[in-house]
Design a protein around this ligand. Structure first.
Ligand SMILES: C[S@@+](CC[C@H](N)C(=O)[O-])C[C@H]1O[C@@H](n2cnc3c(N)ncnc32)[C@H](O)[C@@H]1O
Length: 245
């Protein structure tokens, strides 16, 4: 993930970053490290109820690695998240909001409408519940929150069926709001990346959507479409790999 973050953060200046689904802070800390290495003052808001997901509760009875590590029936994820942020030295760069994606994103919108925050993030990393349809709703909420040009909605677990299906389904609704120019630029910079369904960049299990808030003219979309190496014969939810490097 470091190489992807390096390319993204140095090509698309981050205002601030929102992560939905932070667990123990691993991905947030990785982002903070890349920002620090590039002398960027960007801060990260982590939205997570820190209560795990259905699988984590299900698997807790196993003898293997326990995600929740319950104490008096309460997951200790948040305590461990805070400890990791402190240990890594980023406790002043990472601000947790103990809420679901839906509540957290709606809160940002409310605060913005009341002039209590002056801007929206231009990066949202979505790695939360991974449920079918729930992911689609989260994608829609997060996408609406990106109001600046050069905004990125990205996330993990392309290999997870519910995530993949909802990302593809959602990507069909934003074909005319995709920033194709930046998508193709990052694709060329990221060796090993692929473009799927015309507007999803894939790299090592990470998926990335690029937003153009102004929308694309029909001519521009046609240009992008005509210049892809294969036609987009996407149907249903099966991804079409358009280009492969
Ligand atoms: C896969 S983990 C996140 C891993 C983390 N991004 C990383 O790479 O280090 C999923 C997280 O999503 C959180 N989660 C579950 N349902 C959620 C929801 N509706 N909104 C936000 N976060 C949620 C869980 O508490 C869990 O911490």
């Amino acid at each position: 993930m470091y190489d992807l973050l390096q390319v993204l953060f140095t090509n698309i200046e981050p205002t601030y970053i929102v992560e939905c689904g932070s667990m123990l802070g691993g991905s947030a800390i990785r982002m903070a490290e890349v920002l620090k290495n590039n002398d960027k003052p960007t801060e990260i808001i982590c939205i997570d109820p820190f209560t795990g997901d259905v699988n984590m509760w299900d698997w807790e009875i196993n003898d293997g690695w326990k995600f929740l590590r319950l104490e008096n029936g309460i997951p200790t994820i948040y305590k461990r998240f805070l400890a990791n942020c402190k240990y890594s030295g980023f406790e002043n760069k990472i601000l947790p909001i103990n809420a679901t994606t839906s509540v957290g994103i709606k809160l940002l919108k409310r605060l913005f409408s009341q002039n209590r925050i002056s801007q929206f993030p231009n990066y949202i990393y979505l790695d939360s519940a991974h449920g079918k349809d729930e992911t689609f709703i989260e994608l829609s909420l997060c996408w609406d929150c990106l109001i600046n040009n050069n905004s990125i909605l990205f996330g993990d677990d392309w290999g997870w069926e519910a995530v993949r299906e909802d990302v593809i389904k959602f990507s069909n609704t934003i074909q005319n709001k995709t920033d194709y120019q930046t998508l193709h630029k990052i694709h060329h910079l990221m060796r090993g990346s692929q473009i799927v369904n015309n507007n999803i960049l894939l790299y090592k299990g990470q998926w990335i959507l690029f937003k153009n808030v102004l929308g694309n003219s029909e001519n521009q979309q046609k240009f992008i479409h005509d210049n892809n190496s294969q036609p987009n014969n996407f149907s249903g939810i099966k991804p079409t790999i358009v280009t492969d490097r």
